[in-house]
Design a protein around this ligand. Sequence first.
Ligand code: ADP
Ligand code: MG
Length: 710
Amino acid sequence: MQLSTPVGEIPKIGPAYIKRLNKIGVKTIYDLFFHFPHRYEDFSNLKKISEIKIHETVCIKGKIILIENQVTFRKRFSITKAVIKDETGAMQATWFNQPYLTQSLKQGDTVCFAGKTSIGKEGIYMSNPVYEKTWTGHDLVHTNRIVPMYSETRGLSSKWLRFIIKPLLEEFKNQIPESLPAELVKENNLLNIQKAIWEIHFPSSLKMAEKAKKRFAFEELFLLELFVLNRKQELSQLETIPIPINIETIQRFTKSLPFKLTDAQRKSAWQILKDLERDQPMTRLLQGDVGSGKTAVAALVALNAIKAGNQIAFMAPTEILSRQHFQTIANLLQDFNINIGLLTSKTDKFVSKKLKRQTIEISRTKLIEKTLEGEINILIGTHSLIQDKVKFHKLGLVIVDEQHRFGVKQRAKLCQKKNISSKKILIPHLLSMTATPIPRSLALTVYGDLDLSLIDEMPKGKRRVKTLIVPQKDREKTYQIIKQEIKKGKQIFVICPRIEEKEIEEGKEDKTGWSEVKAVKEEYERLSKKIFPKFKLAMLHGKMPTTEKAQIMKQFKNGKIDILVSTSVIEVGIDIPNATVMLIEGAERFGLSQLHQFRGRIGRTGEQSYCFLFYNSRSKNAIARLKALSKIENGLELAEKDLKIRGPGQFLGTKQWGIPDIAMNALDDFSLVEKTREAAKEILATDPKLKNLPILKQRLGKFSQTIHLE
Ligand code: ADP
Ligand code: MG
């Protein structure tokens, strides 16, 4: 056997386990060594029975003097009781529903028990301790040491993994080749791979486990950097249609605006225009706080591209936002003879340059036809834009709102065959807009393949939002303030908390979120009947039909509704200039960035506005987060803070991209990220194909298979 031996050839591993291991990507002995524990139990505290205290995690060693199964009187559970004795005393241990234990543990066996002690009628005892038989010369695996705990999914228990991995490690440890370049190991004071692999599985101390983790955090981030830098390199090999800058059009456009672009808008627009001039497709993220004016920048660069004969695909995350963009873009570009289409699930619309400013309904077939013929200059819609039927005649630029990535393949799919030149497919440029700030360490890792433009300045006189954390006793006062605002003609948002999946499971409701809907309905009923009977309320949630949602948003926008009770569906982009108060229930359940997005919905006309945060949690962490929100106004600063407080895993939520745990946890360590990025750049500069580093190349190959950033 050697490192590359498939796990199936290890005598102790049967077919069922081979399948389970393969499922988590473990094919060989080498792979098995890279299946790391996610935490440890410290059972190294070996004590004599007489010294044991209550509620202490300990390990004891002694002889079993009694072991037997008992059935509880209701006959529903079995209890296994054992008494263990050392030279200082005896103690009881119990296990529930493991009657087979009496098969493996016998009276007279010398054993180690490890776990937490409890107190019962008969004194101190251990409930469900980890047990391991011991004999002279036997090195313990599961007790009397720091014990690795692996994530116990897919039928692979920690106990089983320890039992398999330890002897293999002992045998093959010295054959594991160093994957990192030697200089990096030295310069960064890292454990070498052999030591690190041993210590990460069977650490000699928690400190050594940390050191081992640090080495792999470095290694995994380094691989991640190699991966994104490679991706960026690949992107730059692609070809596209260069779009020349048309100064005259741009000047006409800026003059036509009802406002003056901020310096930050102009700078971002210029970066984008410069990118579009090149014959490599742009992949750029335009990030700017809510209300920073990204749409105007998008309209400017779109117009420039249209004047050079290109079409634009403009994608928004929801239908409501698609409609809103359609209106805004049509307004912004009304003097420029442009055809704009809106593709939605119900009625498709069209603004024709001939019938200026007038929206006409059009059949979907017609709209798709006009797009293919190149008559539509900008087609706006949701994800429905990427269906096979929709093809552009000459797509130069794809703009996506609130979605960070839009892959090269997806981009190519939108193009008609004509875009395929003799050699290469021409990939349209991509401008992706987001209000979600990207912390620095993420910008250099998981977003490291994208170029960034930042609008870090708000148009003058914008957004005066006071964020206040409200104790429950002041609820009534808050409602009074709301009533006064409505009397002044203002509008109010009430956001209901997200329900966590776990709670939904316990409440035996489905996971599709009707529990969230229920919360909104209840709050809507309560507010409209008991608190604000004189005002006009409406509710909004994700399960409502799209047309109904659009209808309600329209009414709210037109001032026909005073209070909108909603789930987080209003999170992105919605523009209601007249709203001055936002009340958020269960605020601690939302991420900081998300809360920041919410409050960005109000105070859009420069009037004093209020964001009231109600919370139910007593957790210090939760309250610390809300305090940060009330103090910090800058979105990026908040995001950095959020990342620190919650940690990368929580911060990124479902977006885990297949990144291994250790790298994931290290994603908030900016200095480590910087170091690994520099190292990766240096290596790729001299050896782009990693010819001189075959082991690293192999690791990267495997790593790349699991990562999916799109
Ligand atoms: P976001 O970046 O959140 O998408 P929008 O593009 O929707 O922001 O802009 C928010 C509002 O600010 C819009 O009503 C827009 O007309 C206005 N706006 C954009 N740029 C400026 C500016 N430079 N000066 C004043 N108002 C602006
Ligand atoms: Mg926007």
